[in-house]
Write a protein that binds this ligand. Structure first.
Ligand code: PMP
Length: 304
């Protein structure tokens, strides 16, 4: 179980085990919450840095806007509070989880005037898809659950309720012996994974799914930019599962998953991490750890 000393709760740092809510909290019943996942890394210069903190804070605000939820905090205040929480817990590397949710008040679907609370928790989190995943790659299954139609759940909102779809797909994949699932959109094209965006490589061209039915991943954007700087062609284009089966390389991107190679989809071998996947992964880790300062503006440095 994840722990740390303090959780930031509506502007105050409270001890971990006192950060509690009532069981009639609206979000607990209806999924009316938005959240973020952010990582802080220990850097080469002895300091630490949060990767693209301001972009994550802004996405939280955007998610809230989509859900018509008023957080009462600006992106700048959320970003500052993340750093305050890291420092209070003396964490030089961590996963950061801001969450804003409709609280205790009226029951019923309409959140009305229920208070909106915001918490920020931090904890150490290693490789999300398993210790070997970053090196050896993972086995993936096409889910029997489609990603939500673009007019069903708003995929640009990182909203708690959206993750029921991910949970269904994840349980199915894990219980069928796979590490992760990809979901197809309702037109049948590859969409994204339960908590990651997806890329394939064929004949040197990198392809990732367009924003249509996916969460606009901040790692995805970073990898597109890094790949183009390295001279690769990156296309944001729909593709099918059989195009995926015959890809030369494939990988997931996400804050938790970082850049995880995919070695198999539906028992079609794609192979161990290929040269482009390895190069992008290495470049990504150099950037987040402050070893390549070309993207120093992506790092929000702090010291304990
Ligand atoms: N898609 C989904 C559904 C996710 O939950 C995540 C993780 N936030 C991503 C994609 C990747 O987004 P990011 O790179 O910003 O973490």
């Amino acid at each position: 179980m994840q722990t740390s000393e303090f959780i930031w709760f509506d502007g105050r740092l409270v001890p971990w085990d006192q950060a509690q809510v009532h069981v009639l909290t609206h979000a607990l019943h209806y999924g009316s919450a938005v959240f973020e996942g952010i990582r802080a890394y220990s850097c080469a210069n002895g300091q630490s840095a949060v990767f693209r903190l301001e972009d994550h804070a802004q996405r939280l605000i955007n998610s809230a806007k989509i859900l018509r939820m008023d957080l009462g905090f600006t992106a700048g205040q959320i970003a500052e509070a993340c750093v305050e929480t890291l420092k209070a817990n003396r964490m030089s590397a961590a996963y950061i989880r801001p969450l804003s949710f409709a609280g205790y008040g009226e029951m019923g679907v309409y959140p009305g005037d229920n208070p909106v609370h915001t918490i920020i928790a931090v904890w150490p989190w290693g490789a999300y898809l398993g210790a070997d995943a970053l090196e050896k790659g993972i086995r993936v299954k096409t889910s029997s659950f489609a990603r939500s139609h673009v007019n069903t759940l708003m995929s640009k909102a990182k909203a708690a309720g959206n993750y029921i779809n991910s949970i269904l797909a994840k349980i199915e994949a894990r219980e069928d012996g796979y590490d992760e699932a990809i979901m197809l959109d309702t037109a049948g094209f590859v969409s994204e994974a339960t908590g990651e965006n997806v890329f394939i490589v064929k004949d040197g061209i990198i392809k990732t799914t367009p924003l249509t039915s996916i969460l606009g991943g901040i790692t995805r954007l970073s990898i597109i930019e890094i790949a183009r700087e390295l001279g690769y062609t990156v296309e944001e284009q729909q593709f099918t599962r059989d195009e995926f089966y015959i890809a030369d390389e494939a990988f997931f991107t996400g804050t938790a998953a970082e850049l995880t190679p995919i070695r198999e989809l539906d028992r079609r071998e794609i192979g161990p991490a290929g040269p482009i996947t390895r190069r992008l992964q290495a470049e990504f880790f150099r950037i987040v750890r402050g070893e390549n300062l070309k993207h120093a503006n992506w790092l929000h440095s702090y010291s304990l």
